[in-house]
Design a protein around this ligand. Structure first.
Ligand code: THU
Length: 159
């Protein structure tokens, strides 16, 4: 037996340490939470994707009375971005979430299915997609989706 070690470095920022571009993208994700449709969980998630052509596409979680029919903000955003701009890679995606008390303290961790969809976008455009996870107390920067989803399944796994 030999252990295989997988490491990922995640950078933790305070708001003032972020570039203006990153602050603006996060602000768009935060603002988008106002468009979230989350009457069941009352957990409002917004995402903002900065594309290679510098267009920003925003999306939110969309819930449904039949719970599994709803979709997370990350996937809504990436599917919409890839539908509107099928040839544009995604430079950065920012994600923010709030409940009824306000924005959450710690950076929002994307669910497993969203990580898988984010990975597909990264592979599809063959460029790393940065991820900014907003929390009131700190912001995490993940350099690429591979760091968020190690030992991942993708098209290469089927070869
Ligand atoms: N949600 C997201 O939109 N993104 C995540 O990464 C985690 C969860 C949504 C799904 C559901 O509408 C609500 O948050 C509660 O799970």
């Amino acid at each position: 037996m030999k252990p295989l070690t997988i490491t990922a470095v995640i950078n933790e920022y305070q708001w003032d340490e972020l570039s203006k571009t990153d602050q603006e993208l996060i602000q768009m994700a935060k603002d988008s939470t106002n468009h979230s449709y989350a009457p069941y969980s009352k957990f409002y998630v917004g995402a903002a994707a900065l594309l290679n052509n510098d267009v920003v596409v925003c999306g939110t979680n969309q819930e449904n009375a039949a719970y599994p029919s709803g979709l997370c903000a990350e996937r809504t955003t990436l599917f919409y971005a890839n539908s509107q701009y099928p040839n544009q890679g995604v430079k950065t995606i920012a994600i923010a979430a709030r409940n009824e008390r306000g924005f959450i303290d710690m950076p929002i961790p994307p669910c497993g299915s969203c990580r898988q969809v984010m990975l597909e976008t990264e592979k599809r455009f063959q460029q790393p997609m940065r991820i900014l996870l907003y929390g009131e107390k700190s912001i995490y920067e993940v350099k690429c989706v591979g760091d968020l989803l190690p030992l991942s399944f993708d098209a290469a796994s089927m070869e």
